[in-house]
Design a protein around this ligand. Structure first.
Ligand code: MF3
Ligand code: CO
Ligand code: CO
Length: 289
């Protein structure tokens, strides 16, 4: 970011010369942070306005699928039927479901029920009243990735399960709301961890949010737990996910023999919500809205 000549085009993709664009703010804001030892993003993590448009279009597909699932996901429906709906809607929109064959993942969507934290594989088990399920959709459209997930509650859900789902949503929402450009990405996890603590829940540590847009998973690592380490500075044009996984019991995980399904070690319930978020000059924009 600092290797630019003053007459080169700015890193932000505005098309303006560096000296007329971000040079000054880089010197005043970023340079001191860099001197304090905060990692800086590489230029490849900053999307151009055209690329941002591409992710927006991809996100429209993801959102339309999640919206369709609001009515579709109910008692008696199998997670394989959810998989078929996601796969069909993605392809009808001209997209590709990113999970399919990703590092060997066998299906087009992740469906994580009750004590499954994430990466649940769709199967023929029907959903039953009282279940809570996370459906995680990632669409590739024209090469651009959008990643989002929501929780769905099936029939009569216990007060405790409902509270976990709602608090986890609050964790995601507040984790996003605290985003400001030029802050360390670790502030997101600090915010989320406080809310989980206040509610007697734990934050999963083994899995994290990530950069997204041009790839499925890129830098920065977006942890959802507290840290006092110096984490990467967020700058306008970066695209990340915020996707806290919150457990009713302890944070420890286990991976099942299918090599994918991540469950809580103590069998307690787990919930997750996810948005793709753009860092802007004023703050943030939720792209998967
Ligand atoms: N969508 C998940 C995430 O939020 C990743 C799923 S990887 C898969 O990062 F292979 F399980 F699909
Ligand atoms: Co993600
Ligand atoms: Co996801």
């Amino acid at each position: 970011m600092f290797k630019l000549g003053r007459n080169d085009k700015c890193w932000c993709g505005s098309g303006k010369k560096y000296k007329a664009c971000h040079e000054r703010s880089d010197e005043e804001i970023l340079r001191p942070l860099m001197d304090q030892g905060y990692p800086m993003p590489g230029r490849e993590l900053i999307l151009t306005p055209e690329q941002i448009e591409g992710v927006r279009k991809s996100a429209k597909v993801s959102v339309s699928i999640m919206d369709a699932l609001e009515d579709f996901v109910k008692e008696g429906v199998t997670t394989n039927q959810i998989n078929t709906l996601v796969d069909t809607m993605t392809r009808e929109a001209g997209g590709i479901p990113a999970p399919l064959n990703y590092e060997g993942f066998p299906k087009s969507v992740c469906t994580s029920v009750n004590d499954v934290i994430c990466h649940g594989i769709p199967d023929d088990t029907p959903l039953k009243s009282g279940d809570i399920i996370n459906v995680d959709v990632t669409t590739i459209l024209d090469g651009y990735y959008s990643d989002m997930s929501r929780m769905y509650m099936i029939g009569d859900v216990s007060d405790e399960a409902r509270r976990l789902v709602e608090v986890t949503k609050q964790c995601m929402d507040e984790g996003i709301k605290c985003i400001k450009p030029y802050m360390p990405v670790g502030n997101i996890g600090n915010t989320i961890h406080d809310i989980a603590d206040e509610n007697g829940y734990s934050v999963v540590r083994a899995l994290c949010g990530h950069g997204v847009g041009l790839d499925f998973h890129s830098d920065p690592v977006v942890n959802h737990f507290r840290t006092n380490r110096k984490t990467m500075i967020l700058v306008p044009g970066m695209m990340i996910t915020v996707e806290p996984m919150i457990n009713a019991g302890a944070y420890d995980c286990e991976i099942l023999d299918d090599d994918w399904t991540v469950v809580t070690k103590d069998g307690s319930l787990s919930a997750q919500w996810e948005h793709t978020v753009l860092i802007t000059e004023d703050g943030y924009e939720i792209i998967t809205k």
